[in-house]
Write a protein that binds this ligand. Sequence first.
Ligand SMILES: C[S@@+](CC[C@H](N)C(=O)[O-])C[C@H]1O[C@@H](n2cnc3c(N)ncnc32)[C@H](O)[C@@H]1O
Ligand code: SF4
Length: 373
Amino acid sequence: MSTGGVRHLYVHLPFCSSRCGYCDFVTLVGRREDHGRYVDALLAELELEGPRLTSEVETVFVGGGTPTFTEPGELRRLLAALPAAEEVSVEANPETVTPELAALLRAGGVTRVSLGAQSFDERLLGVLDRRAGPDGVRRAFYHLRDAGFDNISLDLIYGIPGQEPSGLRRDLDEALALGPEHLSCYELEAKPGTRFTHAHGEELARQAESMEGYFELVVATLIDAGYRWYETANFCRDGRRARHNLAYWLGRDYLGVGIGAVSTVGGLRWRNLPALPRYLSALARGEAPPRELEPLPALTRIQERLMLGLRLDDPLPFAEVEEAVDPAALGRLEGLGLVERRAGGLLLTRRGRFLGGGVTAELLAEIPANNYN
Ligand SMILES: C[S@@+](CC[C@H](N)C(=O)[O-])C[C@H]1O[C@@H](n2cnc3c(N)ncnc32)[C@H](O)[C@@H]1O
Ligand code: SF4
């Protein structure tokens, strides 16, 4: 029974066919024998936590890992059991997308697919340890279109060691040639402890200065092609913002199920531990899985609202975040042309958006320690 007020649901499917060297998400390689028990556990967690959801869920996001690597029968069973929603997104890796898989997603009520292309350069895809080559990415995209998907997003990564600006331009052109409704473009991050950082961390640090130019190239190219730069790393055709992610950026409550999944509801955030055996055994007993709990004081939520809201191109209502803003810093940043006020709201200027997090950090008021209690 759904009686709560939460309108957004995240479902984590952690399994991948192999681990890409740069990735530090909660993933497990292979484990086909566990997929069925894992889906049982997800459904049990959903049963336990379901009452927090409203009866009219707006968005569901099935992320990973590689959701589309999950045993097809188990993925079908999961999709059939999820609440209906206006947007149901699934993350997919190109090598897993066959006509059958695309049809399974459609029949399961999926409305949007986020395809991890990353690059269209054979050599750079190799540097990233990706399974699919450029042709595989294109084939996957066409299988999704042929199955009737009219809302497809492509993930791209830039700043891959060995990538020249001309190579990034080619990648963007290849992506645009497919005509996706949405693009997410991330600068490659060296995540601590990953194989990739061990092998290429120093090279990434050396090229850090060129990254601003790469970011500008991404933004200029996609805006020229008619996309809206609606969030720092996200671009869309009219009306095609990623509604689930938008809910995070707008500071809405969300429920997350699965290993490593995070939930934020009211004044509390919890994160399921990333341990599969304990997750399975707790839910098999009908108990909540082991979790870390973090109380969220009202001021912390306002600060998060400011940091996330300024990633968007819509003004952030000033009254909602005023308490977290340092007025002197605001005046200074307005004077520098990095922040502007429009229609009772606050937003970063184009130049401010390129500097991003640094500007937002400066805007945040120093909070006396006792305000955290
Ligand atoms: C967790 S992945 C899941 C999607 C899918 N398994 C895939 O690999 O395409 C979501 C997205 O995060 C991005 N990502 C993961 N690790 C990253 C890193 N170290 N730096 C930048 N982007 C990263 C990639 O673009 C990826 O598509
Ligand atoms: S990048 Fe995607 S496919 Fe690669 S290990 Fe991470 S979640 Fe799995």
